[in-house]
Design a protein around this ligand. Structure first.
Ligand SMILES: [Zn+2]
Length: 83
């Protein structure tokens, strides 16, 4: 498994999406973050994989990538969810 250097996974704010974060710039975290450190890809809180974009799934209060979001929606439909 390739090294992820020093980066960790952080919520951008309380209840917010997760992103890779590190105190100093790495190949995984190249974007300077206003509140300090450097950030990289968003991370899905369903599968914990980096994703270009995550969506807020109201059902679960999670930030999910496309495939996970689809799975949640399919699941809630199968269970006769709120809709
Ligand atoms: Zn996912």
């Amino acid at each position: 498994m390739p090294s992820t250097e020093q980066c960790e996974i952080r919520a951008m704010w309380q209840g917010g999406p997760f992103r890779r974060w590190s105190p100093s710039k790495t190949t995984q975290t190249t974007i300077g973050y206003a509140r300090g450190g450097f950030v990289g890809s968003y991370v899905c809180s369903g599968c914990w994989k980096p994703s270009d974009g995550v969506y807020h799934a109201k059902e679960d209060q999670k930030w999910l990538c496309g495939p996970c979001r689809k799975r949640v929606r399919t699941r809630s439909r199968a269970e006769g969810g709120s809709l």
